[in-house]
Design a protein around this ligand. Structure first.
Ligand code: C5P
Length: 209
């Protein structure tokens, strides 16, 4: 059983994907982390994230990089968004993601193109979204907790830029896949969003032929 979760940055899809993995007893892959590792690797090597060759070379990042706390930073998120436009890099990361999705027993994957490209055959598909204001507010609270000084306006501007890049790129743009259930978390606290996601997935599983 594959559960595919897509959506923009800070929509709550990561929290929902983790909770679904626990609820259904499945392994989980945060695919954004792979793009973040590539972005970070390009930066560590002094490369150019807008150069497809530099991005592709960084796909061979060391596995230990996935544990680097710097992957969670806004800077790395912006680098990830830039490297992720390159089709050769996406092709290089596809194999790894599909192998994870197709492991015996199934898996939960979250990202931007899980239901559209990586696993269109998924038994359950969710498109998790929220308003820019709600997402900026969440990101701002997270950063406050980490003691990072940044204004809500700056976060909103960065989110809007990343949305624009993710939705309008030629290679695997972010969009709601056919058959994916829409979940808007703008007004939902985490627990309510998780409960709604479980209900939507169960409905899709019951409707299977
Ligand atoms: O989800 P997260 O914010 O960690 O993703 C970082 C960036 O990686 C996104 O802005 C997006 O450009 C890219 N990404 C992608 N495809 C995925 C996951 C992430 O293009 N499946």
């Amino acid at each position: 059983m594959i559960i595919a979760i897509d959506g923009p940055t800070a929509s709550g899809k990561g929290t929902i994907a983790k909770a679904l993995a626990v609820h259904f007893g499945l392994p989980h892959l945060d695919t954004g982390l792979l793009y973040r590792a590539v972005g970070r690797q390009v930066w560590l090597r002094g490369g150019n994230p807008d150069d497809p060759a530099d991005a592709l070379a960084a796909a061979a990042f060391p596995e230990s990089l996935l544990d680097d706390p710097a992957l969670r930073s806004e800077e790395t998120g912006a680098l990830a968004s830039r490297v992720s436009v390159h089709a050769p890099l996406r092709a290089a990361l596809l194999v790894r993601q599909q192998a994870f999705a197709r492991q015996p027993g199934g898996a939960v994957l979250d990202g931007r193109d899980i239901a559209t490209v990586i696993a269109p055959e998924a038994e359950a598909k969710l498109f998790v979204t929220a308003s820019v204001a709600a997402r900026a507010q969440r990101r701002w609270l997270e950063m406050q907790k980490r003691g990072e000084a940044v204004t809500r306006e700056a976060i909103e501007a960065d989110l809007a830029l990343r949305d624009e890049r993710d939705r309008n790129r030629a290679a695997a743009p972010l969009r709601q896949a056919e058959g994916a259930a829409l979940l808007d978390t703008s007004a939902l606290p985490a627990e309510a969003a998780i409960a709604a996601a479980i209900a939507l997935v169960e409905k899709q599983l019951e409707a299977r032929p």
